[in-house]
Design a protein around this ligand. Structure first.
Ligand SMILES: Cc1ncc(COP(=O)(O)O)c(C=O)c1O
Length: 314
């Protein structure tokens, strides 16, 4: 017997207007339970059952659902005369940016996005602009968003994440149809915690960046082995690619300054999302000034390919 008849009926109704009745593939689950409200660590389904929500929207609702302080802050903007839509720069974005920069080591400045995927998308584009290279390294089993550069080999089974005989030779397993083969040829999947698989790719391709969750959290929790992130930092400096930490999950979970504030390694660029606004749609890309200035001088990247990287000090 179906223990969630009301959820089942709602899904069938929604399916008339939404493919599969769900607005994210992640919500296509068995059993498929529809929720009506949340408060703190709890969520309630249509049948009236109460749950402890350990998943918390992939850590988006970091402070809990419906957090009173966050809601008050949002309401205060909505009710004040200050609400503006796209009219021009505002004081609120400056206040937010200053707070962010004070806490996150990599952040000389930031740009604000609506999602984490947009932040990782921008980060890769900047890396390509400043290095003049097109190839990108991602981690087997990681997740960095849905766009073409990173939508492959996502959330693999743990057994697939172990050492490889030929590092750098993971077949590309796109998340979706529709990603051009020419695009897939620019993406290389390496083994997490395996610096040799990165060196293998570097020998063969001009690599713009390594983009990675500093702790692989989309497959559960895989921590960096001692010295791994430090070795990556060193390799980025000597080989002239950008090191991008995707802190969409690790950001704020481990420390206010992100995992980078406690692991002793500062990336060149970082992406944040989800928890930064406790689930309200917001993302951030943060980084060194020389790279973030790309946002105001997008044409500059063409001039400052690899040689500029050799002048970086850290
Ligand atoms: C590590 C990581 N990066 C990027 C993203 C994409 O963020 P968004 O869903 O806000 O586009 C996610 C989403 O779960 C993520 O876990």
């Amino acid at each position: 017997m179906n223990a969630w008849p009301k959820s089942f009926a709602l899904l069938q109704e929604n399916e008339k207007w939404i493919p599969g009745g769900v607005v994210s593939l992640n919500r296509k689950s068995e059993p498929n339970i529809c929720f009506v409200k949340g408060k703190g660590s709890r969520a309630w389904d249509l049948e009236g059952n109460e749950y402890i929500d350990y998943q918390a929207g992939f850590a988006a609702a970091f402070l809990g659902h419906n957090d009173a302080d966050v809601n008050r802050a949002v309401e205060s903007v909505l009710h004040a005369d200050s609400l503006l839509m796209s009219a021009g720069p505002t004081n609120l974005e400056g206040i937010f940016a200053e707070l962010f920069v004070k806490h996150v080591p990599t952040a000389d400045s930031i740009q604000i996005t609506t999602t984490g995927s947009e932040a990782t998308y921008h980060a890769i584009r900047i890396a390509r602009a400043v290095t003049g290279r097109d190839h990108v390294i991602v981690m087997q089993g990681g997740y960095n968003g849905w766009h073409n550069d990173v939508a492959c080999n996502v959330i693999s089974p743990l057994a697939d994440i172990g050492p490889r005989v030929s590092p750098g030779e993971y077949p590309i397993d796109p998340l979706s149809a529709g990603i051009p083969a020419s695009h897939q040829a620019l993406v290389h999947v390496v083994n997490y915690n395996d610096i040799d698989s990165i060196k293998y790719v570097l020998k063969r391709y001009p690599v713009a960046c390594v983009i990675m969750e500093p702790i692989l959290q989309n497959v559960g929790i895989l921590k960096p082995q001692e010295g791994y992130l430090q070795a990556l930092r060193q390799l980025a400096d000597t080989e002239g690619f950008l090191l991008i930490f995707d802190e969409v999950k690790t950001g704020f979970r481990h420390a206010l300054g992100g995992y980078q504030s406690i692991c002793g390694v500062t990336p060149d660029l970082s992406s944040f999302g989800k928890a930064v606004a406790n689930g309200y749609p917001m993302g951030v890309i943060a980084g060194k000034k020389e790279y973030m200035d790309y946002f105001i001088h997008p044409e500059k990247g063409k001039e400052c390919s690899s040689p500029a990287l050799t002048t970086r000090t850290r």
